[in-house]
Design a protein around this ligand. Structure first.
Ligand code: C2E
Ligand code: MG
Ligand code: MG
Ligand code: MG
Length: 282
């Protein structure tokens, strides 16, 4: 009898382990545990000025070191995190982490006080009025210069509800931080709103950069975005630059800022620091 009950206990135990393993494979059920266990980390992708050749900043990009699945990219967990609401905690953690990194760099490389850290903000985060106070706290806690933080909000997130977005953008801008419209060109922008939004930068979606050199109309679209941005007094960053032909085309259009695998993939914090350190020598 004793043997039988032990057998049953083992059966119950393994059953529970199996359930846990299945839950871990369903990422949305597993986000909370992953956040509590500090399984997320941030990579930093350099943004480069074509004019000076210098790194002018980085975009913070989140990853999940999942115990069963290995490294999981944001395309797989951000949509789930939006649905479950875990994006609020996760997004705050990314902001804190990226700002702490920026604070360390501002200390280590004081003459690079022009560096900017860009952080993605999801539409759900952007819709939370408390975001403004949270960012105020993070700036105070980390001691970064406010203008060295740039929030990236997608075109679809700001245009979805443009009137309330305008209010939110103004409150954020009042903190002294910078604002960027991400994936520009993939949504439906109201030019009237674009003109009223207190944003600093348009990031041209990489789908337009991808076929720039294959005889499509994309070169003309990028040219039009550059003209629009110049009219509105905004900077443009071309994202997803992978080939030298694209660099040449972007130079020809007088597009100053670029980001993409051609220069660097997203880097671990130490590798990004090393890049800054080496740039300082030259
Ligand atoms: P995004 O903000 O447009 O970020 C750029 C994405 O393009 C990144 O993908 C980056 O790794 C990738 N990329 C950069 N250069 C190249 C290139 O030359 N070629 C190609 N094919 N891809 C390139 P990643 O890191 O997988 O992120 C995907 C998206 O997930 C981001 O798009 C952003 O919308 C979202 N995301 C990433 N981290 C966060 C985060 O912390 N919070 C939120 N809310 N969203 C995030
Ligand atoms: Mg982005
Ligand atoms: Mg983007
Ligand atoms: Mg994009």
């Amino acid at each position: 009898r004793a043997k039988e009950s032990r057998h049953n206990r083992i059966k119950v135990f393994t059953e529970r382990m199996r359930e846990q393993a299945v839950a871990m494979l369903h990422l949305e059920n597993d986000l909370r545990r992953g956040i509590d266990n500090r399984e997320f980390f941030v990579l930093y992708q350099p943004i480069i000025s074509l004019r000076s050749g210098h790194v002018i900043g980085f975009e913070a990009l989140c990853r999940w070191r999942h115990p069963v699945r290995g490294i999981v990219g944001p395309g797989e967990f951000i949509p789930s995190a939006e649905l479950t609401g875990d994006i609020i905690d996760l997004g705050l953690w990314v902001l804190r982490e990226a700002c702490a990194t920026m604070a360390a760099w501002q200390k280590a490389y004081p003459h690079r006080n022009d560096l900017v850290m860009s952080v993605n903000i999801s539409s759900k985060q952007f819709a939370q009025p408390s975001l403004v106070d949270q960012i105020t706290c993070i700036i105070e806690e980390t001691g970064i210069v406010p203008s060295s933080l740039k929030l990236e909000i997608t075109e679809s997130a700001v245009m979805e509800n443009a009137e309330s977005a305008l209010v939110m953008l103004r409150r954020l801008k009042a903190l002294g931080i910078q604002l960027s419209i991400d994936d520009f060109g993939t949504g439906y922008s109201s030019l009237a709103y674009l003109q009223r939004f207190p944003v600093d930068t348009l990031k041209v979606d990489r789908s337009f950069i991808a076929d720039m050199c294959s005889g499509t109309q994309n070169t003309e679209i990028v040219r039009a975005v550059l003209v629009l941005a110049r009219t509105l007094g905004l900077d443009v960053i071309a994202e997803g630059v992978e080939e030298s032909d694209q660099i040449n085309a972007l130079r020809g259009l007088d597009c100053e800022y670029v980001q993409g695998f051609f220069f660097s993939c997203p880097l671990e914090r130490d590798a990004a620091s090393a890049l800054l350190a080496s740039a300082n020598v030259g």
